[in-house]
Design a protein around this ligand. Sequence first.
Ligand SMILES: Cc1cc2nc3c(=O)[nH]c(=O)nc-3n(C[C@H](O)[C@H](O)[C@H](O)COP(=O)(O)OP(=O)(O)OC[C@H]3O[C@@H](n4cnc5c(N)ncnc54)[C@H](O)[C@@H]3O)c2cc1C
Length: 402
Amino acid sequence: MSNTKKDLRGGRSVWSDSPHTRVSHRSRLVGETCDVAIVGAGVSGALVAARLADDGHDVVMIDRRPLLTGSTRASTAMIQFELDTPLTKLSDQIGAKAAARAYLRSYRAVQSLKQVIKRHGISCGWRDRHALYLAGNEMGWRGLEGEARQRAKLGLPSEFLAQGPLRDRFGIDRTGATWSEGAAELNPVQLAAGCLRAARRLGARIYAPHEIKKVDATGRGVDLTTSEGAVVSARRAIFATGYEVVDPIPKGAFEITSSWAIATKPLDPTALWPSRCLIWEAADPYLYIRTTPDNRIVAGGEDSGLTDPDRRDSATTNKAMQILAKVERLLPGRKLELDYAWAGAFAESSTGLAHIAPIDGWPACLAVLACGGNGITFSQIAAELASRWVRGREDPDADLFR
Ligand SMILES: Cc1cc2nc3c(=O)[nH]c(=O)nc-3n(C[C@H](O)[C@H](O)[C@H](O)COP(=O)(O)OP(=O)(O)OC[C@H]3O[C@@H](n4cnc5c(N)ncnc54)[C@H](O)[C@@H]3O)c2cc1C
């Protein structure tokens, strides 16, 4: 069985010192029987668990690591409906109608995520934000103008900002940008912890650290066996194992890479940019930036195929300095001091869409690979798809995520 444990992160993430991230859980697992078993208690598993427990299902979660120490801790948690693949490009890849559905679904998912947070009273630093998508070497101003037009036709809140207004409003010197409502920033570890606590309150049993080593189909559904030989017997199983693939999840849908991020020391709020919008760019290599409630700048990018943990971690200082220099070039005249630098496993599909689908030949198993720059938006979509799948119904957008 392939379930190799990866080194998912290096360095120290800005969320490492966050309060309110503890979740009570069980450490002794001798055996369990449940309606739905969820393997993986990162932000994806946590959102799925909160939803299914809220739907009234008897849920058991198992994670091989101490809780919330997987890739969720590395996320910079910009919450966007705008996908890594622009609508115009996605239309060429999967057809205009499917691309429109993907964008509209993603827009609704950000709104539903906000409702989930409100419903469970989760304190995770959610702030509504606009998003500024800057012209770069992957898409110039003409492309972005067309992108904004195509989004607006779908009713999505995006408009084009030309060079002059962009410079006047933000002091940013680029040939153009799209300006969109409907984004947000949050603390991903607090979000996941809040969802796990909500699931627990609703009856879910959370076990960690326990590794699922073997999966067997049974007459009732599926048996999951841990490394210590304990068996979790479930009617259905959901694999939200992030960048680690467990048999029988199909491999090869994503190429695993590494991504780096930094956080500056807190700044005077007046040194931040107007509206504190999320800023990202249509460029390769790319840069993206956001703020935190304590007035830091969080920035990331510089992805590379370097996945060996030692080489990845020894590259972190250089990558962090490159990211910081890029932020200083984008937002000149600010004195920035580095406080945190970290690296995390990352992956994207060829379309930028997540893989959330029943596993071929395993009717009782659902795979959730909510990866990429919209990972958390996709985790919310996974919770919605899982809710229908458990009830034997198919979501109208399920085909987009196969
Ligand atoms: C640097 C960086 C920046 C990012 N920025 C953003 C962003 O701005 N916006 C956004 O939306 N997304 C972003 N993402 C992506 C997002 O963070 C990920 O999509 C998300 O963290 C994945 O969550 P997860 O729950 O699927 O994975 P994880 O948090 O890794 O959780 C999976 C869990 O499964 C467990 N597991 C695996 N195998 C087994 C097994 N056999 N038995 C038991 N347990 C198992 C692991 O221990 C782990 O805890 C970013 C990611 C990185 C690395």
